[in-house]
Design a protein around this ligand. Structure first.
Ligand SMILES: *Cc1c(COP(=O)(O)O)cnc(C)c1O
Length: 444
């Protein structure tokens, strides 16, 4: 029986790891080493010629990190995976590996603040221009937004912070009609809620810092590839470029990533170009913590989805303090139909609401929250609350916040694993504490 035929929950605790290869240790060992002994000259030569699989140097590969990569590949149904030092490294290496010789990226407007800010400050300097899609919800019009030098479409499957959803299959079809790949940032969903490759995505990126590892104790990222995309076209000439370092040691002939790594050329090229030379490597201890986190992925995310739904419904009933609530579980959510189509296990553990009141009241509310932690992270075991426009999306200018649909009174909650009633009680108390000291405020 192959790993792939096993259920998701079995794979999340076992895939990519065979105790017989690690002194029969049940828990994956932490290989805290910089380098690996070559045994002899012949073995070293074979390693460098990619004739045998093995380890050279922990910047480009480590056995603990490899278990994490293999486990994620099997959870997402990917042909290749590479773990990196952060989610931002995963996004930047992916987009540069697509558009390093210049060109355009067509992006969803609903993104993590760090992505948006890097698109403005960094990419244009490298000759890569970002176009924000005006019709991300309308495939026919989206099709017309693709230009001759557009290299990819980039989206978040569940957006941070507003939990907006997109029609993945329709967007993948648009990309494929133009011979370009769809990249999905699947951080908020995790493979438990959504496996983008099953819906046509070619590349999946993660911040494993968030719900994937789930305990707010590491910074990590990943890139996965479907194995189905044709990288041999003129849009992506660098995959067919021949390199001395990939030469056939018997004949001396230079070879390309497509020739040497036909099954996973994209992530392999990230490994030996971007990871090798830009260097955002994931340490083995952090990979170990990610693996331990993934062992309880389904159980944690299922509870967080359920708690987020309860908090969203409660907030929705508190129109005295709440202008609007965004979570796909709400019956009047514009994303209700997409949630039913793509998210049978629920559409995520983050929700957002518009605080009703002025800035001073909002500040008093946030200061009064005790159980919910006020800080920037999501997917933690603890429930987190944050005023995104001032921090996670604080880099954005007002017009950029409008485009990203992050109103100034938005408050984001990332549901943790506590008793939901305790969280609701805490919010309830903080709402009361937000009142003007002079008595109840106008709630009309
Ligand atoms: C946090 C986050 C990132 C960045 O990940 P880091 O691990 O903090 O670098 C990227 N995308 C999304 C959706 C995120 O929430």
């Amino acid at each position: 029986m192959t790993e792939r035929s096993l259920g998701f929950d079995t794979r999340k605790v076992r895939a990519g790891y065979d105790p017989a290869e690690h002194n029969y240790a049940i828990s994956p060992p932490i290989y805290q080493t910089t380098a690996y002994d070559f045994k002899d000259v012949e073995y070293a030569q074979k390693l460098f010629a990619f004739e045998v699989a093995g380890n050279l140097y922990t910047r480009v590969g480590n056995p603990t990190v490899a278990v994490f990569e293999q486990r994620m590949a099997e959870l997402d149904g990917a042909a290749g995976a590479i773990a990196l030092g952060s989610g931002m490294a995963a996004i930047s290496y992916t987009l540069l590996n697509l558009a390093e010789d210049g060109g355009r990226i067509l992006s969803s407007p609903y993104l993590y603040g760090g992505s948006i800010d890097s698109f403005k400050k960094l990419y244009p300097k490298f000759g890569v221009h970002i176009d924000y899609a005006e019709h991300i919800h309308d495939p026919e019009k989206l099709d017309k937004e693709i230009r001759p030098d557009t290299k990819t479409i980039f989206i978040e499957s569940i957006s941070n912070p507003s939990a907006s959803l997109l029609d993945l299959r329709a967007i993948a079809d648009v990309a494929h009609r133009h011979g370009i790949p769809l990249v999905v940032d699947n951080t908020v969903a995790t493979p438990y809620l959504l496996r983008p490759i099953e819906h046509g995505a070619d590349l999946v990126v993660y911040s494993a810092t968030k719900g994937l590892s789930g305990h707010g104790n590491i910074i990590a990222g990943l890139v996965l590839e479907s194995g189905a995309f044709d990288w041999g076209t003129e849009k992506f000439p660098h995959f067919a470029e021949k390199h001395y370092t990939l030469r056939d040691h018997a004949t001396g002939e230079y070879r390309s990533y497509l020739e040497v790594f036909p099954d996973a050329p994209f992530t392999t090229r990230i490994r030996f170009h971007y990871l090798n030379y830009f260097g955002a490597a994931l340490g083995p201890f952090d990979a170990y913590l990610a693996l331990i986190g993934i062992e309880t992925l389904s159980e944690r995310i299922a509870k967080q989805v359920s708690t987020a739904g309860k908090i969203a419904a409660w907030l929705d009933s508190r129109k005295d303090y709440v202008e609007w609530v965004r979570h796909p579980s709400l019956p009047d959510s514009p994303y209700h139909a997409l949630a039913e189509k793509y998210f049978p296990n629920g559409a995520g553990g983050i929700l957002a609401f518009g605080f009703k009141g002025d800035e001073a009241q909002r500040e008093r509310f946030l200061n009064a929250v005790e159980l919910l932690n006020y800080h920037v992270n999501i997917g933690d075991a603890r429930t987190l609350i944050v005023d995104s426009p001032n921090n996670t999306h604080g880099e954005l200018e007002p017009s950029e916040k409008d485009r990203a649909d992050v109103p100034e009174n938005l408050i984001r909650i990332s549901a943790g694993l506590e008793d939901p009633q305790d969280l609701i009680d805490d919010l309830n108390r903080a709402f009361a504490a937000s009142e003007d000291s002079g008595g109840p405020r106008d709630k009309s």
